[in-house]
Each structure stands twice: as C-alpha cells, then as structure tokens.
Design a protein around this ligand. Sequence first.
Ligand SMILES: [Zn+2]
Length: 123
Amino acid sequence: MLTKQQLDLLREKLDKTLIDIKEELGEVEDDKGEVKVTEFGSDTESSEDLPEEADEAEELATNIAISSGLKDRLENVQEALRKMDKETYGKCESCGKDIPIEVLEVNPESRHCAECNKKEERV
Ligand SMILES: [Zn+2]
C-alpha cells in the first residue's frame, strides 16, 4: 500500500507530466487538435533544390507519430489520476497486485506490475 505522502508525491509528478505532454502536443497540433507542420527553418532559403512538399509530408508524418505517442501517454496519465481519486491507484490492472513504489517513482503512470508488463511485451 502507498502512504499518503507517496501518493501526494506521485500526483505531483503526474500533474507535471500532464502539463509537459500538453505543451509538447501544442507544438505538433493547432488549436483544433489537428496535427500541423511545424515551420522551423522556413527562413533559410538554401535548400531550394529540395521539393518542399515532400519535406512537409515527411514532417507531417513525423508529427502525427509524435502526437499519437503523446496522446497515449496523456491517456495513461489521466487514467492514473482518475485511479488516485478512486483509490485504486498503484494496483496492476492485470493481476491486481500492488505495483512497487520503485516502479511508480520512475513511471507514475504505470498500469501494470513488472511481471505483467513483461508478459504484455512478449505478446
Ligand atoms: Zn500484474
């Protein structure tokens, strides 16, 4: 079982992670939540030979991958916070065992214990 102190600390971490993720998402998405092409380096006109459209398509693909990865993490973090409210936080979703505090400290949004994580990776 986690102590209140440990929980408070982990919640703080999760809150910070949430803000970080949203900031990162803001860099690859516009206000409507659509993935955009970030226009860095558009001032340099040295790469005139390169077809700009191909560049943009590639960058869009990269940003879509980043955005979907961030959204997965965001979901995990939000789920962890919800579980804190319901006091089911820190339990493995597969086997119901307590997730060790050492794991949660590194990765507060963990949903599974190390054993079940290993099992999932193998699948
Ligand atoms: Zn487990």
